[in-house]
Design a protein around this ligand. Structure first.
Ligand code: DX5
Ligand code: ZN
Length: 222
């Protein structure tokens, strides 16, 4: 089980402090890169990721909500990201890009936004390490979790199990204490949480609480 707090919900003037607050509790730090193009919102890019990389030992899970990831994503792998996830809707050559990312030293993730079905991408899963299923519409934190998206998680998990694929299935959007269990039961094993972690008084404790819930529910599902 992976719990990945999203710094989108943290204070952008104090990102290093946010990373520190969850170090030791979180598995990955989820970094939402938005370009005001693929999504209407604008966040941070490569220079911030490079600087932040020096402040924490937490592996970076970079979620690129950008157009033309074929051109821009490898830079994040070169900057030391552990996992680089690009959107299926934006990539011209997802398999080629996944190969490039792995060659550059990171894992490769494929993300599916709210309005995108998962079926057309199932055949690509052997080429990626992570499948990120949006449980909201990509672009903004603090939105309400969409339980209907869990059908995609179930479909992907069944497909991965049938093909004996080692695949992480990550859910992103509206993950909190009241939604994480159903996501774990559906077959997700990585959980992004922004508001539920950095909106909490004690972010590290919030991460630990989410992990306990996910482990109990995921164990019951298995
Ligand atoms: C939104 C981002 C999410 C966001 C989730 O497009 O991809 O990672 O931070 O925020 P919460 O957990 O508040 O829904
Ligand atoms: Zn994200």
């Amino acid at each position: 089980m992976i719990v990945a707090p999203s710094i989108l919900a943290a204070d952008f003037a104090h990102l290093a402090d946010a990373a520190l607050a969850v170090e030791g509790a979180a598995d990955w730090l989820h970094v939402d890169v938005m370009d005001n193009h693929f999504v209407p919102n604008l966040t941070i890019g490569l220079p911030v990721v490079r600087s932040l990389r020096r402040t924490t030992t937490l592996p970076f899970d970079c979620h690129l909500m950008i157009t033309d990831p074929d051109r821009w994503a490898p830079g994040y792998a070169e900057a030391g990201a552990y996992n680089v996830t690009f959107h299926a809707e934006a990539a011209d050559d997802p398999v080629g890009l996944a190969k490039t990312l792995r060659a550059a030293g990171s894992r490769a993730g494929l993300a599916i936004d709210r309005d995108t079905p998962v079926e057309p991408y199932l055949e690509l899963l052997p080429h990626v390490d992570t499948l990120l299923i949006m449980t909201i519409k990509a672009g903004f934190g603090g939105q309400e979790f969409l339980p209907a998206m869990l059908d995609k998680v179930r479909t992907a998990r069944r497909h991965a199990a049938g093909g004996h694929l080692e695949l992480r299935i990550e859910v992103d959007g509206g993950i909190a204490a009241d939604t994480i269990e159903q996501a774990a039961e559906a077959g997700a094993d990585a959980f992004v949480a922004g508001t539920a972690v950095f909106g909490a008084e004690d972010p590290a404790e919030a991460v630990r609480h989410l992990r306990r819930l996910a482990e109990a529910a995921g164990g019951a599902a298995a």
